[in-house]
Structures are given as structure tokens and as C-alpha cells.
Design a protein around this ligand. Structure first.
Ligand SMILES: [Zn+2]
Length: 167
């Protein structure tokens, strides 16, 4: 096998970011959450769509703090990061009915982080057979849903708070 398979390795490039600005810091500091793909804001962390998703519904949970290691955030932020990861799991299961999910983090470029300076937890729905020929061979991904539609669906689910009450 030539490559270690890491579905969340895809680079998070944001074409709207200013030069030298971290994409997570840029997104969280903006006022237009829809344009910046921020679907939910907590007290210490926020949830954002991956602009280049591995599958439809690919979410990332990130702290507001610009840190490169989990140990760099407060206990409260770490707790909320896990809480929002669990919420993302519930939202994705409800919205997409996947066969499974990937949940994980890459700390440092050597570990596969696309944006290594600002930690983020990937949460993405998976279906049997979605790692298909096209993905394996050419890195081409077949995404049946537009980011606009994904945003509407997931932003609505997060803001609805029906899942929050169940946690
Ligand atoms: Zn940052």
C-alpha cells in the first residue's frame, strides 16, 4: 500500500482568506457566517463546513483559540469541543443517515493536518462503498450536494437545538 488512508487529510483552502490569515480565525472573526460556512457557534468553539469536503456534510469543530495542540486550550474549551463533536455526530446522523462516521484530528503536518496551526476535529458521514475507484485513483470526489444546500440543512439542524436538548 502506497498511502496511509486519511479521509480528513484534504487541504482546507479558503479562497476568500486574506494572505497570512488562518482560515479558522478568519471565518470566526467574520460577520457573515453563511459566507464563511460557520454552521454553529458555541462559547469556546465553533462548527464549520469543510469547503473541500471528503463527503457531503464534512464538518469541523474548532476552538476560537489559535492553537496547534489540544493541550493548548482550556479544559472548558476542550469539554465544549467534545460536546460539539457529539452534537455534530447527532446532526449528521439525523441529516444524512450515514452507515458510519469518521471523527478525528491530525496534529501537525506530519500527521496529515492541512491547517496545522489551528486544531480542528473532523466529523464526516460515511457510506459503504464511498471510498470508490474515483477517490482511490484520482482523488476525485463525487459530491452529490452543493455546499449551499449542506449549509442550509446543517445550520438549520444546529440552530434548531432539538439535538442539544437530547445530549
Ligand atoms: Zn487560527
Amino acid at each position: 500500500m502506497k498511502h496511509l488512508w486519511t479521509p480528513w487529510r484534504s487541504t482546507y483552502n479558503n479562497s476568500k482568506k486574506e494572505p497570512g490569515t488562518c482560515v479558522f480565525c478568519f471565518a470566526q472573526s467574520g460577520t457573515d457566517d453563511r459566507a464563511n460556512l460557520v454552521v454553529h457557534r458555541g462559547q469556546h468553539c465553533f462548527v464549520i463546513l469543510n469547503r473541500y469536503p471528503y463527503t457531503s456534510g464534512h464538518l469541523m469543530v474548532a476552538p476560537y483559540s489559535h492553537v496547534s495542540r489540544l493541550a493548548g486550550i482550556t479544559d472548558a474549551a476542550a469539554g465544549e469541543m467534545m460536546q460539539l463533536t457529539r452534537l455534530a455526530e447527532k446532526v449528521l446522523e439525523h441529516a444524512y443517515r450515514p452507515d458510519g462516521l469518521n471523527v478525528g484530528m491530525n496534529l501537525g503536518e506530519a500527521a496529515g493536518a492541512g491547517i496545522e496551526e489551528h486544531i480542528h476535529m473532523h466529523v464526516l458521514p460515511r457510506w459503504r462503498g464511498d471510498a470508490n475507484f474515483m477517490t482511490s485513483v484520482s482523488s476525485t470526489r463525487i459530491l452529490p450536494e452543493s455546499l449551499t444546500d449542506t449549509y442550509k440543512k446543517l445550520n438549520g439542524a444546529f440552530q434548531g437545538n432539538e439535538f442539544n436538548k437530547k445530549l
